[in-house]
Design a protein around this ligand. Structure first.
Ligand code: SDX
Length: 427
């Protein structure tokens, strides 16, 4: 493979090095382009631009491959747990029994929220969206632990074992507290069973009794969190890295990433999928009319398509079977599941979707399981954030440790050229 590329501009050739990754992906390194040629490159939406070198997650969108630190997502979903995967993403290797139990102990000690954080959550306007509450809550949490959110990079790195465990644990508590407050209830913490999902489900749905929740449901939730744990340079993770590159602490980076995840084209899609399926169901359509309107560009088939996957999102495959198992365990017969299956089978055989390589993504089935578990729709993206927190933290640590420059992209200016100020009387 050639080790450099030649860029020819106005008869001037610029040799640019070629970067090759461990999975043989290749990039033209343009780090010196502007200095050499005064040119920059332009790539609206960054579809062709690598922003960094990272060792956390590998995706091959054409082959539908997703690996966390080299482990295939299907194998992790079958054999690992969410908390073990948190360790893998953050520290780079699967934990020993001792390492895992110390992470579990750290997470268990942080399920209670500081009173001032609870007070901050209660003080927010009642109609504040759960994702906005989560972002505020994460910043308030950093405020309650100033030694962990100092913005002194070495100090924040030295305290990262504690701050990362705190965020992974307390992000559940913030979500559950907001849910309880929205129902006029107090937040009573968790049973501290030590099982990450059982504790969360007990914080959300039952007073101190997580035994009433079928094991298949907490297992399905654990798989959902694991599948969402990281996804390389997606919109919210890139936001997290952008904030981290300025030297900000983990709480600020994760709070900013939470805001980026909220968008309906990103993490908000799981809420949009359920809204779409319910609207199709209520209209009496079996999905056929909706598919037609999507093909005419009048609607978007939410939960379909992906910037990177030009094949089936491997997470969607796993969620589809987890969906069947969870609904069986809950004894739920979901009419919108039938519509989802009809949409999927129709789209997978339709030229419009095939030509554009549009397949179900991680959001297509997750919402159906979450709704069947009793989570309100406006909490779905919060659950995505709980799953994605370890990924964001792993990327914060990668940026904080690699000591590179602050992220600062260039632009091509398309505004007014120089003009003189005119007094208001003559405008
Ligand atoms: C996530 O990046 C990540 O890794 C994200 C994520 C993660 O784990 O972090 O995987 C999580 O965000 C998954 C995606 C969730 N979003 C949705 O399900 C929303 C619906 N999907 C789309 O809006 C869209 O597919 C995106 C946003 C996911 C990707 O958008 P792109 O790559 O910018 O694609 P595009 O908008 O340029 O579309 C290309 C063509 C267009 O048609 P033409 O103009 O060529 O005629 O495909 C069409 C689009 O109209 N198209 C769709 C479609 N998605 C794209 N048409 C109908 N339904 C869709 N869902």
């Amino acid at each position: 493979m050639s080790q450099s590329a030649d860029l020819l501009i106005n008869d001037q050739s610029y040799p640019l090095p070629i970067l090759t990754g461990t999975e043989q992906e290749q990039a033209v390194d343009i780090s010196q382009l502007r200095k050499l040629s005064k040119f920059i490159t332009f790539d609206d939406g960054y579809g062709n631009t690598g922003s960094c070198e990272s060792s956390v997650t590998f995706i091959d969108g054409d082959k539908g491959i997703l690996r966390y630190r080299g482990y295939d997502i299907a194998e992790l979903a079958e054999k690992s747990t969410f908390l073990e995967t948190c360790y893998l993403l953050i520290y780079g290797n699967l934990p020993t029994a001792t390492e895992l139990s110390s992470l579990e102990a750290r997470v268990a000690q942080f399920t209670e929220l500081p009173p001032e954080v609870l007070a901050a959550l209660k003080a927010l306007p009642a109609n504040t969206h759960p994702m906005a509450v989560l972002s505020c809550g994460l910043q308030a949490l950093g405020g309650a632990f100033p030694d962990l959110s100092s913005n002194n990079k070495q100090q924040d790195l030295d305290n990262f074992d504690k701050s990362s465990s705190l965020i992974i644990s307390a992000i559940r508590s913030i979500a559950a507290a907001r849910y309880r407050f929205s129902r006029g209830e107090e937040f009573s913490g968790s049973e501290k069973s030590g099982n990450y999902c059982e504790d969360f489900l007990s914080m959300m749905f039952s007073s101190k009794d997580s035994n009433g929740i079928p094991e298949a449901v907490s297992k399905a939730l654990d798989v959902i969190f694991l599948l969402h744990a990281d996804h390389e340079q997606n919109c919210s993770t890139s936001t997290c890295r952008m904030i981290a590159s300025g030297g900000a602490n983990p709480f600020a980076s994760v709070a900013g990433a939470t805001s980026a995840l909220w968008g309906p084209l990103h993490g908000g899609a799981n809420m949009a999928v359920i809204k779409m399926l319910n609207e199709i169901h209520q209209s009496g359509d079996d999905g056929s009319k909706f598919i037609q309107s999507a093909k005419e560009g009048k609607s978007r088939l939410m939960g379909f398509g992906h910037r990177v996957y030009r094949n089936y999102d491997p997470r969607a495959k796993i969620l589809k079977s987890a969906c069947d198992q969870a609904l069986d365990a809950l004894g739920v017969d979901s009419p919108i599941l039938d519509i989802a299956r009809n949409l999927e089978s129709t789209a997978l055989e339709d030229e419009y979707f095939i030509q554009r390589k549009l397949y179900p993504n991680v959001d297509f089935y997750s919402g159906i399981i979450l709704q069947a578990m009793g989570f309100p729709t406006d909490t779905f993206t919060v659950l995505f954030a709980i799953g994605r927190a370890p990924g964001w933290l792993a990327h914060w640590k990668e940026i904080a440790s690699n000591g590179k420059r602050i992220h600062r992209p260039r632009q091509i200016y398309q505004g007014e050229t120089l003009r003189s100020y005119t007094e208001i009387a003559s405008r």
